[in-house]
Design a protein around this ligand. Structure first.
Ligand SMILES: Cc1cc2nc3c(=O)[nH]c(=O)nc-3n(C[C@H](O)[C@H](O)[C@H](O)COP(=O)(O)OP(=O)(O)OC[C@H]3O[C@@H](n4cnc5c(N)ncnc54)[C@H](O)[C@@H]3O)c2cc1C
Length: 437
């Protein structure tokens, strides 16, 4: 794809007239897309795999956002909610995932104009074009999208004039081995491996209290879990906490005093302090290759500076991050960056090899276009494997995309985004490039 398509009429052809826009996922970005379409008077259907809005966030309901409320609410959604007398929570507060859903996302999803257009328990298994696989070109842009949906009634196919995939990445975690694959031997120890962000102080306490726990990964999910484990250790001192990372340091956890999101920097600082006082044992430059069962736990076998190393533990928390599920998009013509698996024009702004910032230039439909007309990745999924997505970015993405679908190119093109700077950036290979300068 070389040109940005600036010519889209509100609906491309008569075959598309009367069809809704399909939104995949009723997370914050999917619902923000819905709110923008309500304001534009464009019909849509939201397909949500879970039984409630924010189903993925509810899996980490016990974790606190590091962004304050004022950065977490979508402007179009706010306008709709305020129309019903809803008042936003105090702007500087930091909600937990559970509070975010209860106070904002669920009320948004219950607005009549949105609620009537959400299908819960509906998993999108595949997206294609009606009667066309990805190799057929003639008339492609005028052909309805086809979505295959699995729900309690079985599998069915529906059509749409455009697709906004806001299904996030939470359901598809990265793999434990440093190769990006499952480590050899995983099936035999799967019962000892936990998903990211377990509720170690609540629901899942029994799995962690008094145990040897190893958290694998260098990002905020790992740091959050380490802090909760440290709190558990204060109550149950036998709990042993190891932080296992493959690099020499956890570069992605900002501890800068200049971080515009103070709570984000505080997470990293508190972990550093706990390592300093011995509350957390840091095991760095450990590249996991294989795992093997041991009495009551797991042996992690890896390499460190060319040497074979082993580490025994009772439980492993896989906090190695998330990746987009692209399997469902096999028949869609995507143009993705080969490193981060984000849309090709967006990727240079967010590649973690170049910068660790949450700061990103304003971007909208133009950066998010693919060779497949009227198909967009938005929200967390649009960042591919990059870990720095912020909701404010996604809200501007879907504002621009929906303006484009409405044929309002002037508004779609005028992207604006003010994000708090991280205050810390890694630099590119030449010691150059700082994304938050
Ligand atoms: C622990 C944690 C803390 C974070 N803190 C912050 C913060 O402080 N500030 C900030 O700006 N960002 C933060 N983020 C990043 C980001 O804002 C969140 O991950 C946010 O949930 C992303 O929203 P989303 O709508 O793109 O995806 P999600 O919230 O993941 O929503 C996707 C939805 O799609 C559904 N779905 C998935 N697959 C399918 C399918 N095939 N068919 C139908 N439905 C499907 C899911 O059930 C889910 O409801 C944080 C992330 C995490 C994990």
């Amino acid at each position: 794809m070389t040109l940005v398509d600036l010519t889209t009429p509100t609906v491309r052809s008569s075959r598309l007239v009367g069809l809704p826009v399909a939104i995949i996922g009723a997370g914050p970005i999917g619902l923000a897309a819905a709110a923008n379409l309500v304001e534009r008077g464009i019909d849509f259907v939201v397909y949500e795999a879970g039984e409630d809005a924010g189903a993925s966030i509810q899996k980490w309901a016990h974790i606190r956002f590091f962004s304050p409320w004022r950065h977490l609410i979508d402007p179009a959604s706010l306008r709709l909610l305020e129309g019903t007398g809803w008042a936003p929570p105090e702007g500087s507060g930091l909600p937990t995932g559970g509070e975010f859903v209860a106070s904002y996302l669920r009320p948004l999803s219950k607005l009549e104009a949105i609620d009537s257009r959400i299908r819960y328990g509906a998993t999108v298994d595949a997206v294609s074009r009606e009667g066309m696989d990805r190799t057929r070109s003639a008339g492609r842009a005028d052909t309805p999208f086809l979505l295959r949906i699995a729900d309690a009634n079985g599998v069915q196919e529906v059509t749409a004039r455009a697709v906004i995939d806001a299904s996030g990445t939470y359901l598809t975690p990265n793999r434990l081995a440093s190769s990006g694959l499952d480590p050899l031997g995983l099936p035999a120890v799967a019962g000892h491996v936990s998903h990211a962000l377990p509720d170690v102080l609540g629901r899942e306490r029994h799995r962690f209290a008094g145990k040897r726990v190893t958290v694998v990964g260098a990002g905020h999910s790992a740091a959050n879990t380490l802090l909760n484990l440290a709190a558990l250790k204060r109550e149950v001192p036998e709990t042993q906490i190891t932080w296992l990372i493959r690099n020499a340091g956890a570069v992605r956890v900002t501890t800068s005093d200049d971080d515009g999101l103070a709570a984000r920097a505080a997470i990293g600082k508190r972990v550093d302090r706990l390592i300093g006082t011995g509350g957390i044992h840091q095991l760095d430059r450990f590249e996991i290759l294989r795992v093997a069962p041991i009495q009551g736990g797991v042996r992690l076998i890896g390499q460190r500076a060319g040497e074979v190393v082993e580490h025994d533990t009772d439980v492993v928390v896989n906090a190695t991050g998330f990746r987009p599920n692209l399997d469902v998009l096999r028949e869609i013509r995507l143009e993705l960056d080969e490193i981060v698996e984000a849309p090709a024009r967006l990727a240079p702004l967010i590649d973690p090899n170049v910068h660790t910032c949450g700061t990103v230039e304003p971007h909208g439909f133009a950066e998010l276009q693919h060779p497949e007309p009227d198909f967009f990745l938005a929200g967390m999924k649009s960042y591919g494997r990059a870990p720095t997505f912020l909701l404010a970015t996604g809200y501007e993405q879907v504002r621009s995309i929906t303006a484009y679908l409405a044929g309002d190119i002037a508004s779609a093109t005028k992207v604006q985004l003010v994000l708090p700077a991280t205050g810390v950036c890694s630099t590119g290979p030449a010691g150059s490039s700082s994304c938050c300068s």
